[in-house]
Design a protein around this ligand. Structure first.
Ligand SMILES: [Fe+2]
Length: 318
């Protein structure tokens, strides 16, 4: 693989307070340097014999490759972040930012704060879209290597000194202000558009229970915290429950194989939640049985361990 140089995305002569000289030097030396390093590492990796090379050597090369590749990608995004007036946010990206940060002003304050914190050191300030949560988040990435897994950066500010020292000296604040004045929000929105089409990681799919309503551990916790009446039944199988040490606070254990014996204890006036160890089968089957009998029943997704993972209160198993 040979990594090509991307043409400069922004038009340097249109920038306000950032000179073509600065962009040219940055593009040629720092971006060009990253691509050259990346290609040199790629050649080294292709030509070595992975079976006969010390693992530490391969590991070091792969780390260097990560650094050079991220530097390449982030520089391309940086040059593609410039070229606008910095002020006018088109509607879609403006409302996404307002939704995820409270307001555009709050977003700007946090973003600039992250940049200020990097004055005199080095790193990137990114606005990143996270498909898992379908939301935007600001982040700092030091050493080109701390990007959010699966995240798609749509705006990048380079806070390495090479990005500004030539024109701004040590005045990082003036450089950050100039960057903010030159953000190309139309380009950011176009990238946001593309990023939001990326589907989130596949959730757990349980085809046989697709029609069965579930509830999350967080939702149940909120119900309990607010005093909403709910009947919670721990239906972990008997062979499992004999070695269980704890159970969800507010739940009672009932043997899932003897539903007929305890179904009469339940009230049809209050919702019922069932759960098993991980939420795959027994809790679902019990909920389905209860629904057939006319109860407003659902199963807790993720089961006992999801409850533990959200730090829901537990009591000794009894
Ligand atoms: Fe740079």
């Amino acid at each position: 693989m040979r990594y090509p140089i991307a043409p400069l995305f922004c038009r340097p002569w249109t920038l306000n307070g950032i000179t073509p000289r600065l962009i040219e030097s940055h593009y040629e030396h720092n971006y060009g340097g990253a691509v050259a390093r990346l290609n040199a590492i790629a050649v080294e990796l292709e030509t070595l014999d992975p079976g006969a090379t010390p693992p530490e050597t391969i590991s070091r090369l792969k780390r260097d490759e990560l650094t050079a590749l991220n530097s390449t990608l982030l520089h391309e995004l940086y040059f593609a972040s410039l070229g606008g007036d910095g002020r006018t946010l088109p509607g879609i990206v403006a409302s996404a930012i307002a939704r995820d940060f409270g307001s555009v002003d709050r977003w700007r304050q946090e973003y600039v704060a992250l940049a200020s914190a990097l004055a005199g050191s080095s790193g990137w300030v990114l606005l990143t879209y996270v498909p898992r949560d379908r939301r935007l988040i600001n982040q700092t990435a030091s050493d080109h290597g701390e990007n959010i897994v699966g995240g798609i950066p749509i705006l990048a500010l380079d806070m390495y000194e090479h990005a500004y020292q030539l024109e701004f000296g040590a005045n990082a604040a003036a450089y950050v202000a100039a960057f903010m004045r030159n953000i190309d929000w139309n380009a950011v929105q176009a990238r946001f558009d593309d990023a939001s089409k990326v589907v989130p990681p596949r959730p757990l799919e349980q085809k046989q229970f697709a029609e069965l309503p579930s509830i999350t551990a967080e939702e149940i916790k909120a119900m309990l915290d607010s005093g909403t009446p709910v009947q919670i039944i721990d239906t972990r199988p008997k062979h499992y429950s004999t070695r269980a040490q704890d159970m969800m606070e507010g739940a009672i254990w009932r043997d899932p194989e003897r539903v007929d014996e305890w179904i009469g204890e339940l009230s049809k006036e209050k919702p019922v939640v069932t759960f098993c160890v991980y939420g795959f089968h027994i809790g679902c089957e019990t909920a389905a049985t209860l629904r057939k009998a006319g109860f407003d029943a659902r199963y807790m997704a993720g089961g006992h361990y999801a409850w533990k993972a959200i730090k829901g209160p537990v009591k000794l198993f009894a």
